[in-house]
Design a protein around this ligand. Structure first.
Ligand SMILES: Cc1cc2nc3c(=O)[nH]c(=O)nc-3n(C[C@H](O)[C@H](O)[C@H](O)COP(=O)(O)O)c2cc1C
Length: 182
């Protein structure tokens, strides 16, 4: 049996993120959990837009009118869930999210493909009740394009392959890692 090291599990976590980032857009989804202003957990899919291991950052894009933006303005802590069935690994990544819609996001906007630009900004705004399914307009609005920078605080790695094993890596421990009973 291979001897497992914490270091190799951390590397594997980042390799999973890298592979995900390199996949085509429809397969690049991650599950994001936030807590809304009423204290209700909210879970949704978002597309992983970029990763930076040096800074321990992940990025996704969203509509500034979305509930998740209001939620993150009040509670910036969130969790990202990833399951990779090909390697039987679950990653639960605890993050703190900084949202910005400013000059920096405006520079990124130029790189967003046209069909994706259309989805930012709706009239009435996303989440508002409408009287028929298509009673809304896509605004393609740069002002509603929000970039979410996710600073990683913790990675919980669970492998269900052969023998089960689990480890947690914390930023405050400089990612040294600890084994956890699965
Ligand atoms: C496959 C898939 C990918 C999605 N990607 C994004 C995304 O990158 N950004 C985003 O804001 N919403 C994305 N959504 C929609 C969200 O899951 C969610 O329904 C929407 O953002 C409304 O969220 P809210 O409750 O925060 O307003 C995606 C949904 C699916 C099914």
């Amino acid at each position: 049996m291979n001897v497992l090291s914490l270091e190799s599990l951390l590397d594997q976590s980042w390799a999973i993120l890298q592979n995900l980032r390199s996949a085509k857009t429809s397969e690049r989804t991650i599950t994001l959990a936030t807590v809304d202003p009423r204290g209700q957990p909210q879970v949704c899919m978002v597309v992983l837009r970029s990763i930076e291991r040096d800074n321990n950052m992940l990025e996704f894009h969203t509509d500034a009118d979305s509930l998740k933006c209001a939620s993150l303005a009040k509670e910036p802590k969130a969790q990202i869930l990833i399951w990779r069935p090909n390697v039987s690994v679950q990653l639960r990544i605890s993050v703190e999210i900084d949202l910005y819609s400013d000059d920096k996001s405006r520079k990124l906007w130029a790189k967003v493909p046209g069909p994706s630009q259309i989805s930012y900004g709706k009239s009435p705004p996303t989440g508002h009740l409408i009287s028929a399914p298509f009673d809304y307009k896509n605004m393609g609005s740069i002002d509603k394009f929000a970039v979410a920078e996710c600073a990683i605080r913790k990675i919980d790695f669970l492998s269900l392959e052969h023998t089960h094993h689990r480890a947690q890596f914390l930023q405050i421990d400089d990612w040294a890692g600890q084994w956890v009973s699965p």
